[in-house]
Design a binder for this molecule. Structure first.
Ligand code: BG6
Length: 480
């Protein structure tokens, strides 16, 4: 009973939210480098290139690029077995369509992974975490253009060859399914995910399906290449998982929730089964969206199924049938309702540990693949205290959140028999928020002295949760 002996306890970040050094070491401009700071409830803007005078928090991140040794030492002190980060594509191919990779960028990740191994920490690496080269957006409109499949596969192969023996666990596209959330967040997500920029009058839904298809083909080709280059490599997908519940037991609400799950999670069916689910092919037929799936794509998808399912889990949703789409169900954010049984964070994210067990079962029932929870965490406004020698933030709320989620995943292992490889919480150290660009939305066990107003010296300090997580790892999750 309990978690496997070699369970991968750790934490996760992404290059663009932490590294900073946006124009050092030969790095090119990524899509994250043209996103301004938003705030709680205020969306980030995507600017036309880097514009003087705008506030781009990802340019600085938490300066992980220069602090990574210090940061990894703190993670090792907590007993981390694994650490998930992404490779910034623009450190390797600054424009995305360059002939040759940038040696300085490759060397940076060599050093990073070597340092992890020196500390006994297994790297888990995402190839594309919202940080595609901006040049690919400008010149090709990102994954709307099939040529981006080749650019991605070339980049992936360079990484697999270079880091063979150093990196075993890979993931292709971070939260590839976020882009299903059309209407309000659609344009933003298309840009973050596939460097697709939307103009007024564009059919954003068509663009989402077409560019996501190209990403899925690119992912499948990368999986195949990884296995050829390194038979020990394990390549997973990365799904942003938020269960959608029916708001009541009215059968219309239940059907509504099932259809919402179809709309948000068909991506994992393609990743794991190697073909499209029938309900989506029917939708393409209805909407005339079936012109971008080529016969060679079907072959690629079938030959590039993932080895494991990586997913993030922060919250759950609930939905109520309104009848506004007839029977075809095209959801947007308006179709979600508050779940009155749940409390929410200051950013409105509904806290639902039980839902994590539900999600693990949802994946397991369908795919019977090993799984890794590669993100789960609590963004909060932390209060700094300087009169306590042991820690600088008393973040009991974060401990409570994480403990309840770990308890739920333990139930899924003990009672439901899910094959869980590891848990990398988000994020062991405070970083820039992906959705709002804030510094003040903090997730870490490690406090970083920097805030939304750009005050602070980037010094690191321990929060109360630091000691708690260390103990969780020491006891292999037995004592929460
Ligand atoms: C996930 C992303 O959506 O959630 C991360 O993979 C992100 O990049 C995390 O940081 C938490 O979201 P946010 O907006 O609070 O940073």
């Amino acid at each position: 009973m309990g978690f496997r002996k070699d369970f991968l306890w750790g934490g996760a970040i992404a290059a663009h939210q932490a590294e900073g050094a946006w124009n050092e070491g030969g790095k090119g401009v990524s899509i994250a480098d043209v996103m301004t700071a938003g705030s709680n409830g205020v969306a980030r803007r995507i600017t036309n290139g880097v514009i003087d005078g705008e506030d781009y928090p990802n340019h600085v991140g938490i300066d992980f690029y220069h602090h990574y040794k210090e940061d990894l030492a703190l993670m090792a002190e907590m007993g981390f077995k694994a650490f998930r980060t992404s490779i910034a594509w623009t450190r390797i191919f600054p424009n995305g369509d360059d002939e040759q990779p940038n040696e300085e960028g490759l060397k940076f990740y060599d050093d990073l992974f070597d340092e992890m191994h020196r500390l006994g920490i297994e790297p888990i690496v995402t190839l594309s975490h919202f940080e595609m080269p901006y040049h690919l957006a400008e010149k090709y409109n990102g994954f709307m253009d099939r040529r981006c499949i080749d650019f991605f596969v070339k980049y992936a192969k360079v990484c697999f060859e270079r880091y063979k023996g150093k990196v075993k666990y890979w993931m292709t596209f971070n939260e590839i399914n976020n882009q299903a959330e059309l209407i309000s967040m659609g344009a933003h997500h298309l840009a973050q995910e596939g460097a697709v920029l939307v103009k007024e009058g564009d059919d954003i839904e068509y663009m989402m399906y077409k560019s996501a298809h190209h990403e899925l083909v690119a992912s499948a080709l990368a999986v195949k290449a990884a296995h050829e280059i390194d038979p020990d490599a394990k390549v997973g997908c990365m799904i942003g998982m938020n269960a959608v519940y029916p708001a009541t037991c009215n059968p219309e609400d239940v059907l509504n929730a099932q259809q919402a799950m179809h709309q948000k999670y068909w991506y994992v069916e393609v990743h794991a089964r190697g073909h499209y689910p029938k309900h989506l092919l029917k939708k393409f037929e209805r909407k005339g969206y079936d012109n971008f799936i080529l016969p060679e794509d079907e072959k690629a998808l079938a030959e590039g199924c993932v080895d494991y399912i990586g997913f993030s889990y922060y919250m759950s949703y609930a939905t109520k049938y309104t009848g506004r789409f007839g029977r075809s169900f095209d959801f947007s954010e308006e179709d979600y309702v508050r779940n009155t049984y749940l409390k929410a964070s200051d950013w409105g994210w509904q806290i639902d540990p039980v839902g994590l067990r539900w999600c693990l079962n949802w994946f397991n029932d369908r795919f019977e693949l090993p799984m890794m929870i590669v993100e789960n965490g609590f963004g909060a406004y932390d209060k700094y205290i300087d009169d306590n020698d042991e820690y600088v933030v008393d973040d009991q709320y974060r401990i409570d959140y994480l403990a309840a989620h770990i308890a739920a995943m333990k139930e899924a292992v003990d009672y439901d028999g899910v094959d869980l490889l590891g848990y990398t919480m988000w994020a062991p150290i405070d970083i820039v928020s992906a959705s709002t660009g804030e510094y003040d939305k903090r997730y870490g066990f490690i406090y970083v002295n920097y805030n939304n107003a750009h005050e602070g010296d980037f010094s690191r300090a321990k929060k109360k949760s630091f000691y708690w997580y260390k103990h969780v790892i020491e006891t292999n999750g037995e004592d929460l």
